[in-house]
Design a protein around this ligand. Structure first.
Ligand code: FMN
Length: 183
């Protein structure tokens, strides 16, 4: 890959639909595949708001947050090749990346609200963005259009989605998508 890439993602470990109680979230698994395949650095959007919550209460809370258009706080570090870390990165730390993969689970048809907090915090206009989701039926939902709304001056490419319950057994699907991008 000639361009420097970053994967920005949110993923919720714990009890989830269809996969039981998982130690590593579905979207994180896809994010890790992307980094393995492209050498992309990572920024994981982390919030402790949902730690230990079971599926049903989390669904209710996520829906309330969406109705309220909430902006839950997040933290995170840029991890470069599994080594150096940029804690609480500044806007300028994102300038080195031309290509950014933006991924998350679909929650009530779009990104979890904490991802909108990220979108409000960091300006990714002018960059090439590849949206991806994991889901249990909604596909991309309105994630692509919501990403375009957040960053009207970014080049938002066609999105990629896969079922959360298939990420562990279908790395090839991610591989085919990445190969097809010609990066
Ligand atoms: C709060 C919540 C809301 C969800 N809403 C949807 C939805 O609207 N459409 C859908 O297809 N899946 C929905 N799901 C399922 C997740 O998108 C799916 O399990 C995803 O793979 C989880 O990714 P993660 O493990 O990275 O968090 C929802 C799951 C949760 C916890």
């Amino acid at each position: 890959m000639s361009k420097k890439a970053l994967v920005v993602f949110f993923s919720h470990a714990g009890e989830n639909y269809s996969v039981g109680n998982i130690k590593v979230g579905n979207t994180k698994i896809v994010a890790d595949y992307i980094s393995e395949l492209t050498g992309a650095d990572q920024f994981e959007i982390v919030t402790h708001k949902y730690d230990g919550m079971s599926y049903k209460p989390l669904c209710d809370l996520a829906q309330e947050e969406q109705y309220a258009d909430a902006r839950p706080e997040f933290e995170g570090v840029i991890v470069e090749g599994q080594k150096s870390k940029v804690e609480s990165p500044k806007q300028s730390d994102f300038e080195q990346y031309d290509v950014i993969f933006v991924g998350g689970p679909v929650w009530w048809g779009t990104w979890p609200q904490v991802m909108f907090t990220f979108f409000d915090t960091y300006d990714l206009n002018g960059k090439t963005l590849y949206p991806f989701t994991t889901h249990e039926g909604s596909g991309l939902g309105s994630c692509v259009s919501d990403l375009k709304k957040a960053y009207p001056h970014a080049d938002v490419k066609k999105g990629f989605s896969m079922y959360g319950h298939e990420v562990r057994s279908n790395r090839a699907k991610v591989e085919n998508w990445i190969k097809g991008l010609g990066l």
